[in-house]
Structures are given as structure tokens and as C-alpha cells.
Design a protein around this ligand. Structure first.
Ligand SMILES: [Zn+2]
Length: 64
């Protein structure tokens, strides 16, 4: 169109789906770092407060 047209800027985001192993609360962890490996990282459950390591499930077995 005209020379002053501004582009639509886009960034890719990854949203990890987390489920507490103790209380089964479900929440999400969004990140712009698509290469971030959260496997083995420690998170606190926002509901019951339990601190646990992340185990990433195999995408072929999580029902998706
Ligand atoms: Zn919990």
C-alpha cells in the first residue's frame, strides 16, 4: 500500500501446561523463549504451595 504502512509485529510464545502432582491443580507457564527447556526446573504450585521438579510428558502420550 503506501510507504508509511507499519508492519504487524509478531512473536512466538510457548505456553507450558503444568499440573501439580500433589493437588492436581492446573496452571500455565507462558514464555517467549521457545527453546527454553523447563524439564528438571523447580516450580511452586500456586494452589497448595508444594515445590517440585518439572517432568515433561511425551507429547504422544498426553492425550493431545
Ligand atoms: Zn498443588
Amino acid at each position: 500500500m503506501t510507504g508509511d504502512q507499519k508492519p504487524i509485529r509478531a512473536s512466538r510464545e510457548v505456553i507450558w501446561h503444568l499440573t501439580c502432582g500433589s493437588c492436581h491443580y492446573y496452571w500455565t507457564y507462558p514464555t517467549m523463549n521457545i527453546s527454553e527447556d523447563i524439564s528438571g526446573k523447580t516450580f511452586h504450585c500456586p494452589l497448595c504451595g508444594v515445590k517440585s521438579d518439572i517432568t515433561v510428558e511425551d507429547l504422544t502420550t498426553n492425550g493431545q
